[in-house]
Design a protein around this ligand. Structure first.
Ligand SMILES: CCS(=O)(=O)c1ccc(CC(=O)Nc2nc(-c3ccccc3)c(C(=O)c3ccccc3CC(C)C)s2)cc1
Length: 244
């Protein structure tokens, strides 16, 4: 790895991250105190379980679509086979949405940017999966505490996505090679930012991510058994393709 092409790799991943984030940081900062009114919270809480799940599935699918675009612009990712790209996105896209949450989470009032305003856990009550929401909020808190820069977040997102341990990969060795070059890139910018200790903490966060995503999948299975019609006919196709 000559330094030049590590710099190029970092630059292309950071550019891709910036171009595939629906909101710039400044926009999210400007909106951080725009919270839902009592009436709006009441409206969310009076939705039925399947209405709220459908609503979140649409939001999550939209966030995942941006992650798919992010992946497509990562040089090493594009070189992989179609099947391996799908295999990595199947498990990694939700993890990247969760990692990106540190951009749109306000630790001061424990709210997340959702549907145009910042929402507390009470907004998601009618999902009937308080443990998943609490775990997602806890994870977002923990990640925000690391105060990642956009560049560090971009490289960490790519590292989470290009994971050679994913099931059913055809060319694991190739994914390992791309993973290693992204890791060299992340190590390089953490060293440049004089924040070497962060890498170890980020690896610890990756372990929590995996458990969070299996909890999400478990809830999704529960939901689609309980509401088969909604899950099979009303969920966005990409959501079903990636999560069902
Ligand atoms: C990411 C790019 S960005 O420009 O920063 C941006 C762009 C757009 C937005 C708006 C946005 O889509 N916010 C969402 N919030 C949540 C959410 C919902 C419950 C709790 C915590 C966050 C979404 C989810 O559907 C989600 C996300 C992670 C785990 C679980 C879920 C819901 C499950 C229960 C179906 S989508 C925010 C930020």
């Amino acid at each position: 790895h000559s330094l030049r092409n590590i710099d190029e790799l970092c630059a292309s991943i950071v550019r891709s991250h910036r171009e595939t984030s629906q909101y710039r940081l400044e926009e999210l900062q400007a909106l951080r105190w725009k919270v839902f009114s009592r009436e709006e919270i009441q409206a969310y809480q009076s939705k039925t379980v399947d209405e709220m799940w459908q609503h979140c599935a649409v939001r999550l699918t939209e966030a995942v679509q941006y992650v798919v675009e992010f992946a497509k612009h990562i040089p090493g990712f594009r070189m992989l086979s179609q099947n391996d790209q799908i295999a990595l996105l199947k498990t990694g896209s939700m993890e990247v949405v969760l990692v990106r949450m540190c951009r749109f989470f306000n630790t001061e009032n424990n709210t997340v940017f959702f549907d145009g305003k910042f929402a507390g856990t009470e907004v998601f009550k009618s999902l009937a999966c308080g443990d998943l929401i609490a775990a997602v909020f806890d994870f977002a808190h923990g990640l925000c505490a690391l105060k990642l820069t956009e560049q560090q977040l971009a490289l960490f997102s790519a590292l989470v996505l290009i994971n050679p341990d994913r099931p059913s990969l055809e060319d694991r060795v190739r994914v390992q090679r791309v993973h290693r070059s992204v890791e060299v890139g992340l190590t390089h910018i953490l060293h440049r930012d004089n924040h070497d200790s962060l890498l170890h903490k980020l690896y610890q966060r990756m372990a929590v991510l995996r458990s969070l995503c299996s909890l999400h999948m478990e809830k999704l299975r529960w939901f689609s058994q309980r509401y088969p019609l909604t899950a099979h006919s009303l969920f966005p196709p990409l959501y079903k393709e990636l999560f069902a």
